[in-house]
Design a protein around this ligand. Structure first.
Ligand code: PEP
Ligand code: MN
Length: 360
């Protein structure tokens, strides 16, 4: 699937910044002026805010739309806001909003996404689609497909992390493998990282932004406010325009393509070595599973339970001490061996049950 650039002169790394919410005309303009000057390509501000709890500030609404127009006139910045239904789309289009984005609480709802996509049929405006709040890549892809079907060609995805239950250093856990999988499904779709909603705090923003750039994300979004502590929404994660520009200065923007032939050769060579090792790992895992199945047959003929806790503990202990010696972390060894062990159990269960079914 080919996508068109969001706008003419679309930079390789799209930088989006602005307040979580438009609060007052003065706050919006002050933030935009602090961000103007060429480093930021798109000014964000939420006009309609889908908040998790009912008594939070739910956005300034229609009154804020002319403020964004003023941002365009006074700073030359393009502007973007979140739309969650067809009326928002209509109003945003009437006020010359340059780019629309679909929020995480909207992406989860196929009816809402369809309504917005329908309202945009025949309209030439870029749309950025945030991941759904829950880690379900199919919902994310489904939303993207709904806009493709509505003939919207200027599309981008925004990764803003996923909800979870329990404690975490993140407000929304990044689960990087999900946006990476999205990049694999749509290789030409720009995927942008919304660092603010992943971090939920200021001190980890730069690190997450760098991780995103290292993972070949095609842009960054951050929430910026002139007086972050006084923000009406998401105060803990917002930063001043000055701090934002300082973070940008400290980041390494990786090259999108490689032209140096010596570098390319070295990289190719290393990649071949990895491919060879991967082939070997898979062959060995296949062999291991065949032995597992033989053990399954043996357990079945002796009527022994599949799971032998002492054996599993011994396998794990052996893997941890060997793995540590090979420079692998405990967490990685645990994750890997849990997956291997689960597959072994599945294989043995299949062997034992199919024998039983055959005997009936
Ligand atoms: C936002 O960008 O302010 C917002 C509400 O984000 P999300 O939809 O990612 O929660
Ligand atoms: Mn926010």
């Amino acid at each position: 699937m080919d996508f068109e650039p969001l706008f003419p002169g679309h930079p390789h790394h799209l930088i989006i910044a602005g307040p979580c919410s438009a609060e007052t005309e003065e706050q919006v303009l002050q933030t935009a002026k602090g961000l103007a000057g060429g480093r930021v390509h798109l000014f964000r501000a939420g006009i309609w805010k889908p908040r998790t709890r009912p008594d939070s500030f739910e956005g300034i609404g229609d009154e804020g739309l002319p403020w964004l127009k003023k941002v365009k006139e006074e700073t030359g910045l393009r502007v973007t806001t979140e739309v969650a239904n067809a009326q928002h789309v209509e109003k945003a289009l009437k006020h010359d909003i340059d780019v629309l984005w679909i929020g995480a609480r909207t992406t989860v709802s196929p009816f809402a996404v369809s309504e917005i996509a329908q309202a945009l049929k025949g309209v030439d405006i870029p749309v950025m689609i945030k991941n759904p709040v829950n880690p379900d890549i199919k919902l994310w892809i489904g939303a993207i497909e709904r806009f493709i079907k509505a003939d919207i060609k200027k599309l981008a995805a925004i990764h803003r992390g996923f909800s979870f239950f329990g404690k975490s250093a993140f407000r929304n856990v990044p689960r990087w493998q999900i946006p990476i999988e999205l990049m694999r499904s749509f290789p030409k779709l720009p995927v942008i990282c919304d660092c603010s909603h992943i971090c939920g705090r200021r001190d980890t923003l730069a690190g997450i932004a760098q991780t995103a750039l290292d993972l070949n994300f095609k842009g960054l979004m951050m929430e910026v406010h002139p007086t972050p502590d006084e923000a009406w929404s998401d105060a803990a994660q917002q930063i001043t325009p000055e701090r934002f520009l300082e973070i940008l200065d400290g980041l390494f923007f990786r090259n999108p393509t490689i032209s140096d032939t010596a570098f390319l050769e070295t990289l190719e060579n290393l990649r071949h070595q990895i491919d060879d090792i991967d082939t070997e790992i898979l062959r060995l895992l296949g062999d291991r599973m065949k032995i597992t199945e033989r053990i399954g047959e043996y357990k079945e003929s002796n009527n022994i339970a599949i799971l032998q806790p002492e054996r599993w503990a011994a396998v794990l202990e052996y893997a941890l001490s060997n793995g540590n010696r090979a420079g692998l972390t405990d967490q990685f060894i645990l994750d890997l061996f849990k997956a291997i062990h689960q597959e072994s159990i599945n294989r043995q269960a299949k062997v034992m049950q199919s024998d039983e079914i055959a005997a009936e």
